[in-house]
Write a protein that binds this ligand. Structure first.
Ligand code: ARG
Length: 476
């Protein structure tokens, strides 16, 4: 006879290598709190429905709380032979309280149990991820406020395009993160649905009360199809997809941070505490954090691809393939939280070389559009003005100077519409100030964005706190 908890129909024990291959305890043990909370709710419901005696229920609840304490104290002995967190805990419970422990799994399968644990775990971690998104958004907003008057070149094709405010640039990332936050709110909604009660796949013959468990574990709704309940991994795919998009945003920010730190750009300097040196080249100060975040983006995208491929060909309902859902999302959770946290520190510690940024605007042609716009405002069609400004740029390049250096005669020779006010019109500050269309880079628009950012942060904080309040916490 096999000694496994499901060993009744087996005449042999599982091969040791097979055992190790199929066990998930090494990674699913991180869901111990959810597993215990779920089992306490399940046992309480079974007792209320007359499926379990009050006495057995009390023994189970106490036994589970003792196990929680053992796990948190680090004295619990996890065993690979017991496959996963569910059977490790159930076995220990039965050891501790005897027969009552063996009644806990009534009207339940590991299929709905693992789905429950994962839903609760993902819900909890979304709250944590949201907290880290908020922290980075806050850091970006503070930096945007601090550097709101600093002018830098805006780029297209990585070629200097038009002058913008550094605050405007930083707030673009704030907006990207706001969408990330909203996406995680959406994932939360899809994770906030109770699978327990689906049994192995078809429901149960016992008169259970799923609504009671729903209320105890604070779920917004209940799966209304038991097959779907045990095979749905959409919320995991969605988490990984939201995480991938978020990492892509951080990766773009990383690419810019890395460029800005180069001697060639020299727009910013990262804090010494946030960089590392070279073992050979004494002069080096490398932006490793940004490079690593950019690098780890590939890994999170990989987890999304792996999970899509895992689910792609699966028939309903549970298949062991689904056990592969955990390591990827666990790693994505850790990676995303860590990346967000270090990035907030990086932004808070960075120094900005305002003079270098400004020089990159003034010693170049980022104001060529403004020169054309100047003529348009005096009545010239834009296409023609574009050509005049282009000719002016061409002449300057040939003579080794900038638009600001052209004489009035040179301007008049290009168009009689030019007047002395052209010099003010092409100053970097004027170029910025005049881009006052909604969402533009003007001082006034950036001020409005900063205000809107503050309001959004307040709303996001509220949403995150509401989610945090719904988490289940069992005291050992
Ligand atoms: N460790 C398993 C998992 O993570 C639990 C569910 C196992 N169910 C089963 N029928 N073998 O998916």
């Amino acid at each position: 006879m096999s000694k496994a908890m499901w060993g009744g129909r087996f005449s042999k024990s599982t091969d040791e290598m097979i055992n190790e291959f199929q066990a998930s305890i090494s990674f699913d043990k991180r869901m111990y709190h959810e597993d215990i909370a779920g089992s306490i709710a399940h046992a309480t419901m079974l007792a209320k429905c007359g499926i379990l005696s009050e006495k057995d229920k009390d023994a189970i609840v106490k036994g589970l709380k003792d196990i929680l304490k053992e796990i948190e104290d680090g004295t619990f002995d996890f065993s690979v032979d017991l496959e996963d967190i569910h059977m490790n805990i159930e076995k220990r419970l039965t050891e501790a309280i005897g027969e009552a422990g063996g009644r806990l799994h009534t009207a339940r399968s590991r299929n709905d149990q693992v789905a429950l644990d994962t839903h609760m775990y993902v819900r909890k971690e979304i709250v944590a991820v949201e907290g880290e998104i908020l922290n980075l958004q806050e850091a970006l907003r503070e930096a945007a406020e601090k550097y709101k008057d600093v002018i830098m070149p805006g780029y297209t094709h990585l070629q200097r395009a038009q002058p913008i405010l550094f605050g405007h640039h930083l707030l673009a990332y704030f907006s990207m993160l706001a969408r990330d936050f909203a996406r995680f709110e959406g994932v939360y909604q899809r994770a906030d649905i109770l699978p327990l009660g689906a049994g192995a796949l078809a429901g149960t013959t016992f008169p259970i009360d799923r609504q009671m468990v729903q209320q105890m574990l604070h779920f917004e709704s209940i799966y209304n199809n038991s097959l779907d309940a045990v095979s749905d991994r959409d919320y995991i795919l969605e988490f990984l997809s939201a995480a991938s998009i978020l990492m892509v945003h951080l990766s773009r920010l990383s690419e810019e941070t890395i460029l800005w730190c180069t001697r060639e750009f020299h727009f910013i300097e990262l804090d010494d505490a946030h960089c590392t040196g070279s073992s050979m080249m004494p002069q080096k100060k490398n932006p490793d954090v940004s490079e690593l975040v950019r690098g780890k983006t590939g890994r999170v995208i990989g987890h999304l691809m792996a999970m899509l491929a895992t689910v792609k060909g699966l028939p309903l309902a549970y298949n062991k393939d689904l056990q592969e859902d955990k390591e990827g999302i666990f790693d994505a959770i850790d990676t995303v939280k860590f990346s967000l946290a270090v990035y907030a520190e990086l932004i808070r510690g960075m120094k900005v070389h305002e003079d270098v940024m400004k020089r990159a605007v003034t010693e170049d042609f980022s104001n060529a559009t403004d020169l054309a716009d100047y003529l348009v405002k005096k009545g010239m069609p834009f296409r023609e003005a574009h050509a005049v400004s282009g000719t002016a740029v061409h002449q300057c390049i040939e003579q080794g100077k900038y638009l600001e250096d052209m004489t009035m005669e040179e301007y008049k020779a290009l168009s009689p519409l030019f007047d002395n006010d052209v010099y003010d019109a092409i100053r970097a500050e004027t170029c910025v100030k005049n881009r006052n269309s909604f969402g533009g880079t003007s001082y006034q628009q950036v001020e409005m964005q900063l205000k809107a950012a503050k309001e959004l942060l307040t709303a996001e904080h509220k949403a995150q706190e509401a989610n945090a309040d719904k988490q289940i916490h069992i005291e050992a």
